[in-house]
Ligand binder design. Sequence first.
Ligand code: ARG
Length: 573
Amino acid sequence: MMDYKNILASQLASQLEGVTAESIAELIEYPPNPQMGDLSMPCFKLSKQLRKAPQAIAEELKANWQGHPAIQRVEAVSGYLNVFLDPAGFASGVIGEVLEKRERYGSQNIGQGRNIALDFSSPNIAKAFHIGHLRTTMIGNAIYKIYEFLGYNCIGINHLGDWGTQFGKLIVAYKLWGDKDAVEAEGIDELQRLYVKFHDEADVKPELEDEARAWFVKLEQGDEEALGLWKWFVEISLKEFQKIYDLLGVRFDSYAGESFYNDKMAAVVDELKQKNLLEEDGGALLVRLDDYNMPPALMIKKDGGTLYHTRDVTAAIYRKNTYDFDKCVYVTDAGQSLHFQQWFKVIELMGYDWADKLVHVPFGKVSLEGAKLSTRKGNVIRLEELLTQAIEKTKAIIEEKNPNLENKDEVARQVGVGAIIFNDLSNNRIKDIVFSWDVALNFEGETGPYVQYTHARACSVLRKANGGDGIEFARQAAQLDASLLPDAASQGLLKQLYLFSERVEQAMHKLEPSVVSRYLVDLAQAFNRFYHECPILVDDQALREARLALVKCVQITLRNGLGLIGLEAPEKM
Ligand code: ARG
């Protein structure tokens, strides 16, 4: 397909002295109102450099316009050069590309196989998987899929929180009050109950804290009893996490969690010493970061134990050596931003030139009708519960709207889980979100169900056209008369289809899945307008085929886009 933006940019650059095509490409916009052109080039920023009024620049560009077969005409209006594409050429270009590329439509090979390590989800063992973890899981999963779609090789790493003083506490609590059968039966809930009890008791009996620290040191030294209990806690937790990952359709390439670095930290601490970066402070070892306006990064506690920082620095070095990553991306809540800034700086001070390839992707908090998500107090909203409820509520909606639907349970799962995921990804990730059932499950709003429903609607049109037999569309673009789609609804829809790959690329650069979810809502809205304005299954064969082609293109693009953010695309709902 033609790259209209770059075609325009290079043509305009050749008309302007000292202005590059790249800088023009950055200025070009897609006006929401088609009367202002399909593409538009604002001349305001060039005004200073060229010492001319914006409108004068626009008029000159129009006067000297050389013409291009894909471009019908240009207009100079209030400092903009508005560009109108040839509608038939545009239609056949877009349709041709979508029908040819299919499930690869929108993909590119920007990455050329380079590696991206993605650290996401990474829940803590023995703690409930709550709706905050859904964000890192789904944002990370979407970024993974987006990078992959753009030609990168991704390594998804679940950096499990399976090490640290909390295991000392849990061992103490289990030995004092635990019961094997209860843990087997209740899993994380019971472990969490023990953990909460530990904190309650330690408030009045502070010596429990010392005991916990001692048990953690034992664990780090490989004590058999400690290790046995720890392994058991990990197994029980992983079994529960896996259920959630299965529901969400998320998988990882590596489960190397914090404990994986136990035997690798000593070498890194030595290296820090050799590089003169460690300072002793009351028996603890830390890296001072005063020069960078940050508190010190604590590497070794005074009892000899390691910390979150120690493990992250070690893991980064290991990953660089193992995956030679082009980027290593960490998806966590914004509350951990300082932690990442601190240890990214430590890597830089160690002299590693790849420090700038470490990227923290922070996100805002989630709340559900005002409830807090604290693990220490134990009043968390468990994700499994939330997902189960979403599925049930969706099933009830389906029973009401479409009681004859086959495989209702399967669709309820796809839509219910999709609603939760989409809700999570529909705003800029840094924003705090308040979860509301009414918003998430609304089939009409800017929601997952709305986009999925639009996809199912496109499928239903295709099925009808095929006499009920599947959603294929066998014709090729060359067999269609693309001049039959000049109306505003069809052209608006074609424009959305055209924008897909650009939006995916933007989502990658900004590490922002909401760019894709918002795009999907735009595409769905453009389709629904087309659907209401343009009868599709008309008698006129040529018109019917042209419109059906457009429907097929929408179905393909919605499905591809939903896949990028981790949603399934049911064909009926
Ligand atoms: N386990 C941590 C938590 O639940 C997240 C870990 C993020 N990854 C990392 N390499 N620090 O908050």
